[in-house]
Design a protein around this ligand. Sequence first.
Ligand SMILES: *Cc1c(COP(=O)(O)O)cnc(C)c1O
Length: 471
Amino acid sequence: MNNKQNSILRKIPSVDYLLGHPSIKITLKTTPRSIVLKATQQTLSEIRQKIKAVEEDDKISNLEVNTIIDLILNNISILTQPSLRPVINATGIIIHTNLGRSILPKRAIDQIKSISSSYSNLEYDLETGQRGSRYVHVEEILKELTGAEASMVVNNNAAAVLIALDTLANGKEAVISRGQLIEIGGSFRMPEVMKKGGARMVEVGTTNKTTIKDYESAIGPDTSLLLKVHTSNFQIIGFTEDVNLDELVALGRKKSLCVMEDLGSGCLLDFSSYGLKKEPTVQESVSTGVDIVTFSGDKMLGGPQCGIILGKKDIISEIKGNQLNRALRIDKLTLIALQETLYLYRDKQNALRNIPSLKAIRQSYKSLCLKAERLLNLIGKINKTNFIVDLCDGFSQIGGGAMPLEKLHSRLLCIIPVNLSASYIAKYLRSYTPPIITRLEKNKVLLDPRTIQERELVLVSDALKGLSRKH
Ligand SMILES: *Cc1c(COP(=O)(O)O)cnc(C)c1O
């Protein structure tokens, strides 16, 4: 360290001096002292590190008190911001599991606010004045929408599969095709879940081909369940054969065995009329007469995280009575959001208009071109030394393990690095308030307007304008 560095280090004000500064004193009225102290110490240590690291000290000689105060205030705001907060999803992945899957419909949010700020009839029967069941609040609407005899809901679909297996196949054998022994992100592995549910897994067929004969010959005295699992996040193409649910249900009837389907994503609407692959809807599954169907609340349904179980009345009552249920039960806020999301499905147009995930799926290429143009116009003319912005064609994805091979045509904002690197640009956007999550592809930063909400466009353009002026 040279003399000049030493003399600058000596000029750094003390912690006590800074805590007595008028701006900090004002902050202390609204912020806990421990946080202000931590931010001050952190700032001073950052400044010291910087001074020690710089060889040519001319850049750091202007160590004004006001500059230090600004750095402290900035560190206070970082320390006091909540850990879980909103971000802008510019990835184009609609049901992005790491970004919270589905955005809730507005009426769900309004009702969460209204119902949770009072007591409610969560488990109280208003007619008899006796203890009631939390499941009744969605049971009727689920029956009405799907044609199922009975229903119940738990914490998520993993829990739905677990409790169904524990109820129907604990200590018994469950037969499943080798082509369906899948892993869902976050290490939900079908064979492991079956083990946890106490079921002995009997695998039949091969990875690419399974026939009804394979199931039939695997059935023995200990068999209690035939299980079909939606392969969700992967597809086997080419020389393949699969047993459809009708056939499996018929075999179950013949052998007096339960048949269960884990639908994974679970669509209540048929999206094949919007150019997507035909997926069996929940209603179609139920209409086969299958004993139990499970699916997620926050994938294609577009609601809150939960697991929905539909099926035969006696089996659903058995699941409701399972002790595990106490550990897996759905909470109040989720139940409110689910109830409101399901009500929207009473009118298909209403669902398509008001459920954000469904709206995002249905945005046309033409409307995305216009949205991308609006974003480009908001950014306007910028200095091109850091990066260039342009529009390009690309694809969005549904995500959440739903229809992995479906590519939705989109118009993207493409950032081509000049002086700044692509990874620096992506990092800068992630650290923006609110954070903007992008996609890096071939050394370009891509922003897909499909998952950017209309009101967020101006925030994205502000961030990019700011970054274009940075040096
Ligand atoms: C997503 C998925 C699950 C897990 O559902 P969560 O709601 O995430 O718990 C289970 N099975 C299948 C087939 C899935 O696609």
